[in-house]
Write a new protein. Structure first.
Length: 262
């Protein structure tokens, strides 16, 4: 068993290989403890990967009463009166113009600009564990049935291509996003991407042999990075956003335990 910290710096204890990749384990630090790791590299916990933020409204999730309060531009998420988010809310995802809340029951409730969650009604009979967003689309990680569901702008990952859809019905370890593309990591260590090619979509374990045996994914606004179990780092996407790591490739060839983006 190891100690590791969640993104909001809550200390957890469990088997290291059961944690999801948004957590950083104390055993990955030379100091061997999660509190020590937090003290030495706190940015890991503050920004392990790129996260989309709503540009026009605020939201507050009360962790005691599990309700959500919103304010700001009403059409873009500032007015949440149309949805039931006054109790039992587990987490909130945000696009640039909208919000979507996941309840502990697995149901999803979205509000704001509808372009980012078009077709989300199809999730009415599914149970969602988590939502991930680009600026104008959402992906839900489903637990019943297992798999992924995408909605919103097709140009920003709102539609999963047929050629990788079958592979995304496997056990998904993690999903992360850039501004307009998604990357999914399976339990087997394979990577699949879709969305805007200028923001990292295209490469996958099917067409890029290097993207196998992957342990961890990270992203900036326009690029992805993958860390293998041997500590080698691969990056792709927008060159000006970290998608080209050729100048430091030798330093990233082994031994890397974590990559921070954002």
């Amino acid at each position: 068993r190891c100690g590791f910290l969640s993104q909001d710096s809550v200390l957890l204890s469990d088997l290291c290989d059961t944690r999801s990749d948004q957590y950083v384990c104390g055993c990955e630090s030379p100091l061997g403890s999660a509190p020590a790791l937090m003290a030495t590299i706190p940015s890991v916990f503050q920004s392990p990967t790129y996260t989309v933020r709503n540009a026009f409204a605020f939201h507050a999730l009360n962790t005691y009463t599990h309700n959500v309060i919103t304010w700001g531009e009403a059409p873009y998420g500032g007015n949440s009166s149309s949805v039931s988010i006054d109790s039992n809310v587990k987490s909130v995802a945000q696009t640039r113009y909208s919000y979507a809340a996941v309840k502990h029951s697995g149901s999803v409730h979205a509000w704001g600009d509808k372009s980012a969650f078009a077709r989300i009604d199809a999730l009415s009979t599914a149970s969602i564990s988590r939502l991930v967003s680009t600026e104008v689309s959402l992906v839900g990680i489903m637990v019943a049935p297992h798999g992924l569901f995408a909605c919103g702008s097709r140009n920003a990952g709102g539609s999963i291509p047929l050629d990788i859809g079958t592979y995304l019905s496997m056990q998904i370890k993690n999903v992360i996003a850039t501004a307009a593309a998604f990357a999914a990591l399976t339990i087997a260590g394979d990577v699949f991407t879709w969305g805007n090619v200028h923001c990292g979509a295209g490469p996958s374990s099917l067409n890029t042999p290097a993207l196998t045996g992957i342990k961890f994914l990270a992203s900036t606004r326009e690029a992805f990075a993958a860390v293998t179990h041997t500590g080698r780092v691969y990056s792709w996407g927008g060159k000006m956003a970290g998608g080209n790591s050729s100048l430091v490739a030798s330093a990233l060839s082994s031994g890397v335990v974590h990559v921070v983006g954002g």
